[in-house]
Design a binder for this molecule. Structure first.
Ligand code: C2E
Ligand code: MG
Ligand code: MG
Ligand code: MG
Length: 282
């Protein structure tokens, strides 16, 4: 049966997968086996510095490949969260991102930064910190090459524990970012206590900022807020040159979106990386 909290898109998928399997649906068990069956993969979306147009790093975005088709995280992350599978999936994502960082660094002889999305339940799970410590120790990845993206919602449940954990993650040398900033319920008082490095302005504000004055005002104010807290500010969902130019004029630090690049499979991301190194050298 389709799951309550999964939303409409998941319901649609449930029916599709159900029909496909020709038997009673168990999307949850399909997802449960996705890790073992090697059906998960990461795509990488480049992030660009506005001051010189250079590549900053990549955001790793999860995909589920079933029968050749890619299923978007929006269609299975909610179920994974609800069922607790997110912990195993999230660990796989962290391991794969670290593996990829090592492979790329060996390939190009330079450090590569990769940001990974951490779901609230994964963040709150016991063992999250120790798993990360172990992973960094075994892969020898420089912690500052790994950025964790968390959402404001981690503060809602238990802000004090969240802040304490962020301090410990930061002490490991990891980079920390708040994803989808502006869409949650965090108070500015808590934000100032979050030991983070970066704010990611949600794409919903960026989408209409050139057309709707108020949206532009929110983006501009968020850039100012981030800078007064000493944070790097990146805008998500930048699709046009108009948006890029506005963000640059407002002194936003970085952009991510289709204008610079779509998320890329690992092999294409390496090409992108090599291309930007050549630009830099030229
Ligand atoms: P997010 O972390 O905010 O990631 C940005 C989303 O915006 C990605 O969708 C990306 O493909 C999309 N995007 C990037 N540039 C543009 C643009 O210019 N225009 C538009 N319209 N969209 C753009 P995607 O890959 O479908 O991921 C959706 C969400 O799923 C992510 O939002 C994140 O919250 C979650 N997610 C993805 N991978 C993981 C993961 O490994 N673990 C967890 N827990 N969540 C993940
Ligand atoms: Mg993200
Ligand atoms: Mg986001
Ligand atoms: Mg999002």
């Amino acid at each position: 049966a389709a799951r309550k909290a999964g939303g409409d898109r998941l319901v649609v998928y449930s029916h599709q997968l159900n029909a496909e399997a020709g038997e009673r649906l168990d999307l949850e068990s399909l997802l449960r086996h996705a890790v073992e069956r090697n059906e998960l993969e990461l795509h990488y979306q480049p992030q660009q510095a506005l001051h010189d147009g250079g590549l900053i790093g990549f955001e790793a975005l999860l995909r589920w490949r079933r029968h050749g088709k890619l299923i978007s995280p929006a269609d299975f992350i909610p179920l994974a969260e609800e069922s607790g599978l997110i912990v195993a999936i999230g660990n796989w994502v962290l391991e794969e991102a670290c593996r990829q960082i090592s492979v790329w660094q060996a390939e190009i002889g330079q450090r590569v930064v990769v940001a990974v999305n951490i779901s609230p339940r994964q963040f709150a799970a016991p063992g999250f910190l120790s798993h990360l410590e172990e992973l960094l120790a075994t892969t020898h990845v420089d912690p500052s090459c790994l950025e964790l993206e968390i959402t404001e919602s981690v503060m809602v449940e238990d802000a004090e524990s969240a802040i304490a954990l962020l301090h410990r993650l930061r002490a490991l040398g990891l980079k920390l970012a708040i994803d989808d900033f502006g869409t949650g319920y965090s108070s500015l008082a808590y934000l100032s206590r979050f030991p983070i490095h970066k704010l990611k302005i949600d794409q919903s504000f960026v989408r209409n900022m050139h057309a709707v004055r108020e949206q532009g005002a929110i983006v501009q104010a968020t850039i100012g807020l981030g800078h007064s807290l000493g944070l790097t500010v990146i805008a998500e969902g930048v699709e046009s040159e108009t948006q890029r130019a506005m963000l640059s004029a407002w002194r936003c630090d970085e952009i991510q979106g289709y204008h610079y690049s779509r998320p890329l499979p690992a092999a294409s991301a390496l090409n992108f990386l090599e291309g930007s190194l050549q630009l830099q050298a030229a």
